[in-house]
Design a protein around this ligand. Structure first.
Ligand SMILES: NC(=O)c1ccc[n+]([C@@H]2O[C@H](COP(=O)([O-])OP(=O)(O)OC[C@H]3O[C@@H](n4cnc5c(N)ncnc54)[C@H](OP(=O)(O)O)[C@@H]3O)[C@@H](O)[C@H]2O)c1
Length: 317
């Protein structure tokens, strides 16, 4: 199928009074098709989707989910379009790290004494999450399938004085982890119930999820939260049900809205080496325009006090 218009998004209103609107444009490939197809063909289709957005009147395009994972993470797409392009990954990083630290505090984990693990640590989102977490946690384990990029990142982070090690075996990496940010581009779930430490907090940023649904069914003693769920200011109507409560969006969608409200319709988060300064800037702009982290959700449901209590008891042990 060709890219097509899915819905008109209305009612975004910043705390500054600025307003914007947009469109969801569907790029009809599954995550597996994105990974397994010829990258050039997939990128062609994403460019066609961007051209459709341009015809509709868009001045900036946000690449959602696997449209930002394929190829060089948006660089080629941006070169082929006449309007701004962003993957939305800078704000995704900011919200994922903030949510992980807040969730850890809720269950009584003290980050400076905790062992944190980032899965997908060499990716566009994972790399900057690791950079932000390294100075705030007791020890950090970086995980991906390929060793050389992991070694390079670990060396850079160790230079800053952080205690960092690397792993390609997920089981080993999770055994002692108190805090986990998981953001791989795996198309199947890679975190199974038996892998997690009791009392652990896991922020699953990946779409499709990295954490198996079975964790929700079998592990009341761990807290799994969805990364990057953001409240949108104004009376936003997405006119499309993507599984979130009203007035909330993925952080990557929010980044596109923030840039539009700010009048910064330019290329922003592209490629696999994002700048920390951009993560901090978009976080500041998000606050200015009234975007904020939404309440914690776990496997499509709000997290309850009772759930947090159960995990807190385990974390104390
Ligand atoms: N929640 C949100 O708002 C939001 C926003 C944007 C993107 N996302 C999602 O975030 C995820 C990552 O996006 P990205 O742009 O950072 O992708 P990316 O740049 O392609 O990075 C993927 C990372 O995962 C690793 N990896 C892939 N498969 C793995 C496996 N089976 N086991 C362990 N590590 C594996 C890769 O390294 P190796 O290849 O060496 O293994 C790399 O470090 C995607 O699922 C995307 O849909 C979510």
């Amino acid at each position: 199928m060709s890219p097509q218009l899915v819905s008109h998004i209305t009612g975004i209103r910043s705390a500054t009074g600025a307003t914007t609107q947009g469109w969801f444009v569907g790029c009809p490939l599954t995550a597996r098709q994105f990974v397994e197809s010829n990258p050039e063909q997939a990128i062609d289709k994403i460019v066609q989707a961007g051209q459709l957005a341009q015809q509709l009147g868009a001045e900036i395009v946000g690449l959602g989910a696997f449209t930002s994972v394929v190829g060089d993470a948006g660089i080629t797409v941006a070169q082929a379009l006449d309007i701004g392009v962003t993957t939305g990954n800078s704000y995704t990083v900011a919200t994922a790290v903030q949510a992980t630290l807040e969730a850890a505090e809720l269950v009584g984990i003290v980050p400076r004494q905790a062992h944190a693990t980032v899965l997908g640590a060499t990716g566009s989102i994972g790399r900057v999450c690791a950079q932000l977490l390294a100075p705030q946690v007791g020890a950090l384990t970086l995980v991906a399938r390929r060793r050389p990029p992991l070694e390079e990142l670990a060396d850079a982070l160790s230079l800053g004085g952080s205690q960092v090690d690397i792993q390609t075996d997920i089981n080993q990496a999770l055994r002692d982890a108190d805090m986990v940010v998981t953001v791989t581009s795996a198309v199947d779930s890679i975190i199974q119930p038996e892998m997690l430490k009791p009392g652990a907090v896991v922020c699953d940023v990946a779409r499709p999820r990295d954490v198996s649904q079975q964790v929700a069914e079998q592990r009341e003693d761990v807290l799994v939260i969805e990364g990057g769920v953001v409240s949108v200011p104004g009376n936003v109507q997405f006119n499309l049900d993507f599984g979130f409560p009203p007035q909330t969006a993925y952080a990557c969608m929010a980044e596109t809205m923030i840039l539009a409200l700010e009048g910064r319709c330019e290329d922003y988060s592209l490629g696999r080496h994002l700048e920390l300064s951009r993560v901090r800037e978009i976080d500041r702009l998000a606050q200015k325009h009234g975007f904020s982290l939404a309440g914690f959700r776990s496997f499509e449901r709000p997290v309850t006090e009772e759930q947090i209590d159960k995990v807190r008891r385990q974390a104390r042990r």
